[in-house]
Write a protein that binds this ligand. Sequence first.
Ligand SMILES: Cc1cc2nc3c(=O)[nH]c(=O)nc-3n(C[C@H](O)[C@H](O)[C@H](O)COP(=O)(O)OP(=O)(O)OC[C@H]3O[C@@H](n4cnc5c(N)ncnc54)[C@H](O)[C@@H]3O)c2cc1C
Ligand code: SF4
Length: 551
Amino acid sequence: MSTVLPARHQRPLPLDRLILSAQPGPEAIEMDVVIVGAGPAGLACAIELARLAKREGEAGGNPGELNIAVLEKAGSLGEHSLSGAVVNPRAMRELFPDLKPSDFPFRRPVAGEAVYFLTQGRAQRIPPPPTMHNAGYYTASICEIVRWLGERAEELGINLFAGFPVDALLVTGDTVRGVRTTPSGLSREGEPTADYTEPTDLTARITVLAEGTRGMLSQAWREWQRVGTTNPQIFALGVKEVWESARPLDRVIHTLGWPLPNDAFGGSFFYSLGQNQVALGLVVGLDYHEASLDVHELVQRLKLHPLFRPYLEGGQLLEWGAKTIPEGGYYALAERRSGDGVLIAGDAAGFVDVPSLKGIHYAMQSGIYAARTIFDALKRGDTSAGSLAAYDRAVDESYIVADLYRTRNMRLAFKDGLYVGGVKAGLMTLTRGRFPSARIEMPEDAAAPRHVAPAEPFTPDGKLTVGKLDAVFKSGNATRDTIPSHLLVGPDITPEVADFYSHVCPAGVYERVGDELRVNPPNCVDCKATDVLGPRWTPREGGSGPKYRLM
Ligand SMILES: Cc1cc2nc3c(=O)[nH]c(=O)nc-3n(C[C@H](O)[C@H](O)[C@H](O)COP(=O)(O)OP(=O)(O)OC[C@H]3O[C@@H](n4cnc5c(N)ncnc54)[C@H](O)[C@@H]3O)c2cc1C
Ligand code: SF4
């Protein structure tokens, strides 16, 4: 049987583009703190920092009010945000101690939950593993959470720059001095058009990388500074749909098993968002073994299962989207997430607990710790790596790392398949993570060979099930057709590799035409799966990509 080894066809990270040892331009905007990414991590950081500085300023202390900028690649806040989501409100309560849970931008409290093991036609209810208990939590749309946090940030005078993707870090020696944004208005060939806008430089005493999953700048900074991890980071791809449902759903549902093959890790989620809306998604570890596995297509098959179909049939697909999740947990955390003039927070640092599928409260909490460290550092006038290492200590001593440590081997156990993994994960739960005593080693996803076999054909009906082009339309993606490609294709793309990419990408960006790979960059919804297994993703013109409202 022939195989595809993704790593063989990948280009290295374009470090020379992402880390620029260049003086900021004469028009550079001077800030105290620049935050890359307006997700839960970046916005929580900005809000906590602005509050601390305001309070200190009012008391006549130093530093007084700060110039804080948050740069976001989406055209509007929340448009590139995608999550499940069931939210643990812990970090929200810490950030807004005066508010009640009913004031938070959540849809509804979790009223009940069920876990099922699926076969093609049946659903067997099983006891929920302790990591999947969600009592006391809330279902939510992360787009709404982000928009709401953005409003709180604006009230505090924080500069929110939506539609400004960061293209590179500006550095001097080992110190990060700020960022450069992407240019816009380039032709397909990369030439300036009449709409051309130059990149903007922003200087900062401290830059926070809160750019989410598979962040390019955080990857580049770690590689440049040779900051290692014990295991390499690994990822899952989640494809999600929001539906106006045909009948109400009163519980949070998770499933294991079908339509995934036994040697792939993952499962589905089905959440009620209230207002007759439901969120349905499938998350699949990107170390799967079959080259033809296609997460978008598996979601389409999932909707036909008798457990889901009655809720969806007669309803309406409102929105579709996709995003990766860092899954490596404790052993994939970088040995430090701070350096001279820089901090890394949220998914960009890998703060996700996969057994419970939670990252939002860890992202916010790490943003809060980053803000407190920055405030103290600016007060002392010391933004060196030594000073900012206080952030790593705060995170390491917090529930973020304690939670990830408790489930440290759980995801990794599933590299041997569902059944062996399930037994091992059960033992890990019983021993609170003490079994097995040793770390399970894990290669990076691109190093896992994929078996090439013909794909099982699937034809969407256009109502309950949709093809990739209709799906991209439902993501709201309206990227201009003439945009230059932001995807760096690697060497030796055989017809099998082209087929593999066409299955990896949920948005139909890659197609095999004859024996060649065709790339349709405007379709990209920035899920980053391609960066894990195929052509490198790089930041592109602001406002490109999806326009999620409900994800
Ligand atoms: C399918 C799925 C289901 C999930 N379910 C849950 C759940 O039920 N509960 C839960 O707690 N967590 C869940 N998570 C995880 C959770 O969504 C993340 O942990 C959380 O969103 C991380 O927040 P963040 O701020 O670190 O990153 P993000 O939310 O990804 O925000 C990062 C922001 O940075 C922006 N950005 C990226 N690069 C650049 C750049 N170069 N320049 C400018 N801006 C940039 C992005 O557009 C984005 O807006 C789920 C994730 C997925 C994908
Ligand atoms: S090209 Fe890559 S990042 Fe873009 S949608 Fe496809 S898999 Fe995701």
